[in-house]
Design a protein around this ligand. Sequence first.
Ligand code: ARG
Ligand code: ZN
Length: 878
Amino acid sequence: MRIDTTPIIRLEDYRPSDFLIDNVELDVKLHPTETRVIATLAMRPNPEGRTDAPLVLDGDELNLRTVALNGRTLAAEEFEASPQSLTIAQAPRQPFTLTIETEINPTANTKLMGLYRSSGNYCTQCEAEGFRRITYFLDRPDVLSVYTTRIEAERDDAPVLLGNGNPVESGTVQGSDRHYAVWHDPHPKPSYLFALVGGRLGRLSKSFTTLSGRAVELAIYVEPGKEDRADYALDALERSMRWDERVFGREYDLDVFNIVAVSDFNMGAMENKGLNIFNDKYVLASPETATDMDYAHIEAIIAHEYFHNWTGNRVTCRDWFQLCLKEGLTVFRDQEFSSDERSRPVHRIAEVKTLRARQFLEDSGPLAHPVRPSQYREINNFYTATVYEKGAEIVRMLKTIIGDEDFRRGMDVYFERCDGTAATVEDFLNAFADVTRRDLSHFARWYEQSGTPRVKVKGQYDSGAQTYRLDFAQSTPPTPGQPKKDAMAIPVALGLVTHDGSPLNATCDRVDARGVFLFDKPEDGITFMGVTSLPVPSLFRGFSAPVKVSLGLPDEELLVLLRHDTDAFNRWQAAQTVAMRLLAARSTGAEVSHAQIDAFSAALASFMESDAQKDPAFAALVITLPSEADIAQEIGQNVNPDAIHRARTEMRRRIGLSCANHLRRFHESLADTGRYSPDATSAGRRSLRNASLDLLAAADPSEGESLAVRQLESASNMTDRLASLSVLTTLPGAVREEALARFGERYRNEPLVLDKWFTLQAAIPEDGTLERVKGLMQHPAFSIANPNRVRALIGSFAMLNQVQFNREDGAGYRFLASVVLRTDELNPQLAARLLTAFSTWRMMESTRRSHAEEALRSIAQKPNLSRDVGDIVSRSLE
Ligand code: ARG
Ligand code: ZN
């Protein structure tokens, strides 16, 4: 096993900085390989710090030219400098000015942290610890400074120069072909929110007036010629700004708000103050190049980054352990926004699907960690589904427990108290505890304890007494570093449903007016009175807590919920639960009678008959079976992905056959009208149409093939085109190869579309896929240095293709290991992300398990691994 010797950073060791930086003046002379940065820092000792401490500034691969204290250049013996740090042993005990000149090479920066070039443009990424790659600094989120940035560049090379805050001045550098711009950000901020951009960019803009009448110029900068592909993003920005005013009372606070799209970016986007930088896939969209899902993601991420202006920027984090304070809360806010703009139940189902696929998976494997981790080696490895998605679920549970009004009041108090500060999870919870006068200390355990709680429920009806009793028991399995678990405070939103859907006037004094029972002990039971007939319990309505539930109800009773529950989430859940039972049983060789499958198909058919037209988006979700990865997670041990694939394919076929008439009708009646709109209703129709096509093709491949080919040829938008191509990828043969080749040719100059094409091919569940993926790595559009390309091709192979990544001969694992090692030399963050695909290795059957372990060990024993990859590989093997 790898002994990781990199130091561990612990929450309990937190102490305030010994020095503060009140003001930063940056002078950046952009140059492709020799960028000069002069930082003038107004500093002082922190009254809360130690009085005898040396001044130690962080650096990362920096090249120091000069350093001056109060204007006097320091001699070599007055400081100690390395690429990693700059130390002044005898720093003044009263305010002083430090001037530091560094030189950096943006072109050589393939890690995409700090200042780098993307398609010839200069841009930055400073979260979490990228600012130290630009200049030496106290690069920690509790050091807040006011920044003024002067950016200078050759005018032809970078006609557009952008910084944080408001523009104050620009002009030509006398006697040269260089120009400059000065930006000032009046809001004190941590260094991770710093950004600058220089480049040749097109612009799309719009004016916005805030609630209190402040004029703001909104602008999105993209590759020249693609301005019209930013109009949806700009519209989403405007809607986000209005929504935050209306729902949270939060206004924007600068004269400009700029967004820049870049094509080389490690994550989705970044909330730098007044200057958000985005992965271009979350900005650019046109009906010809983007799917409905792309539009939905753009809307959500634009909102997310904008909402950070209050939850993240105005109120920031004291230290990186508090990351969920801004990320969980901001994800919650963007989810609420999308729910208001689209269909709330449909959006909730989509959220839960991702939570289960990503966070439940993480929480059940070697990388499980609390929403607020207590230690880390590399903070970039903690931008996880747990911090983001489970973090959002905690905020949602809080709202469920205290109610909408108190939630809003608590948020107001939080903003009022913490504005302009670097806060903690405790500050957040205290605002709600004070407003509600509730003790939230038990609830706070959600931040500390990792693992997904399991809740077992048993129901018992007493027809004589007309009572219905529900007994609850909870437990949480051990996770790394946490062998013993305590009971959690779990809000259970619930109700009783009768077999014929008629209303029931049952009451229970343990259930509050909003229909919520707070289950906060290892075991508890509640009794409903006035239950006049045998009910079916509808538990965790709206997925009121991130737990796994087991309820021993027969399929027929669960399917009553699909028909009659008033809670749409639980209607969907009922169908999923029944499907999952059948799929898991089939995949593990357990007996499943034809009658059981027929009964399920019949329930789906009658649902389609009665409901599908009313809400096509919802119907599409109901008729889509759990994914192969979901089934593997449900089985949990000794997994054989081939068996899962066979079981799921067979089940799709059976449903396709028995519901063929409905499916054909949907596919026909919901056909493309030629006028594309990305709104949720139109997207919902397309999703039902395409889910129908998928099942039809499973039932009758030759009918499926001809329908898909026709759709591919006639589609007027990317959603329908890609969906039909996706169906064709499940049908081996010349038709598929021809279609793939033509699609690749048609979009050869559209990298974001080729990413979809890479993904579809990487996901083909056939033996030839590994060779196909290797071949595509030679495609002219592929680049191992571009994170979008790598994730689309290699990431999809590892994360979406259960049968081929987990090949029995181990070739999938060895391939991923080799790509991880290659990528690690260029971009450790990207490599570490890819590597997390191995986190399921222990649940595989023994042959696969040993191949995976061998591949992991081959990575672990390599010298000079990055801290990012070293951390993930050692935790994966622990
Ligand atoms: N704060 C960004 C967000 O909106 C994520 C940036 C993370 N970047 C990183 N290198 N870890 O979620
Ligand atoms: Zn975020």
